[in-house]
Ligand binder design. Structure first.
Ligand SMILES: [Zn+2]
Length: 226
């Protein structure tokens, strides 16, 4: 029997299944890539982007680097990029850098993987203002129902991760409110295997793991054409 692969839409380390590996703005990526062997059962794609928490330490040329990287094979997304109230850089500057990345996404037709902390109204406003037509995927969603509803109304995709392991989390309680055709799963920078995330999510959704893998595989195909 040919099983579907796990789809891990946002990770910082490669594991089983199809991985969208976050390589930051991409500088160190090529060297790492030469060193890393791919094991059987693993497939790797990349996302490159400027993280709002790193804005203070990296210069403007990071966006040029992202631009160059987007022409590279197997780079399928921009991210993680977004807005974070905890960043030492002011929200206006973060918005400016995010808007530049949205422009790159539109230019290269690459979806965005979004990191957002306490700035959802600003985030939604930017998507509206820029009339963005590419998919935006909120990674690690763990916020309330009202924000979830707004994000869905505005066409966002939702990715849930290790918060699902906590049955008192928003993610756990709201997972069933995410339409299956907008859902992704991830393990981010955590050591928890993607198989564990799928197992917990399938229990919450009342699907088998294989059915859930089919759902995210179809979504990957629809969003990234891979
Ligand atoms: Zn991450």
């Amino acid at each position: 029997m040919n099983l579907n692969p796990y789809v891990n839409i946002h990770t910082h380390h490669v594991g089983e299944g199809i991985n969208v590996l976050d390589v930051g703005e991409g500088k160190a990526w090529i060297e790492d890539e030469k060193r890393r062997g791919i094991e059987e059962g693993q497939e790797v794609f990349y996302s490159v982007g400027v993280h709002p928490m790193k804005l203070g330490e990296i210069g403007e040329d990071a966006l040029t680097c992202v631009n160059d990287m987007l022409c590279t094979g197997r780079v399928i997304a921009i991210g993680e990029c977004g807005l974070d109230r905890r960043s030492p850089v002011c929200i206006e500057e973060q918005e400016r850098v995010l808007e530049r990345q949205v422009e790159l996404g539109e230019k290269f037709r690459k979806p965005l993987i979004i990191h957002c902390v306490k700035a959802y109204s600003e985030l939604i406003a930017i998507r509206k203002k820029m009339k963005s037509s590419i998919p935006w995927i909120i990674h690690g969603y763990n916020n309330n129902e009202q924000i979830l509803r707004q994000l869905l109304e505005h066409g966002f995709y939702i990715s849930a991760g290790t918060a699902l392991l906590n049955d008192r989390s928003n993610a756990f309680h709201l997972l069933r409110h995410v339409p299956l055709n907008r859902l992704f799963l991830e393990n981010d920078d955590k050591t928890v295997g993607i198989d564990v995330i799928y197992s917990v999510a399938s229990g919450i959704l009342g699907l088998t793991v294989e059915e859930l893998k089919r759902v995210t595989r179809d979504n990957l195909k629809n969003v990234f054409a891979i």
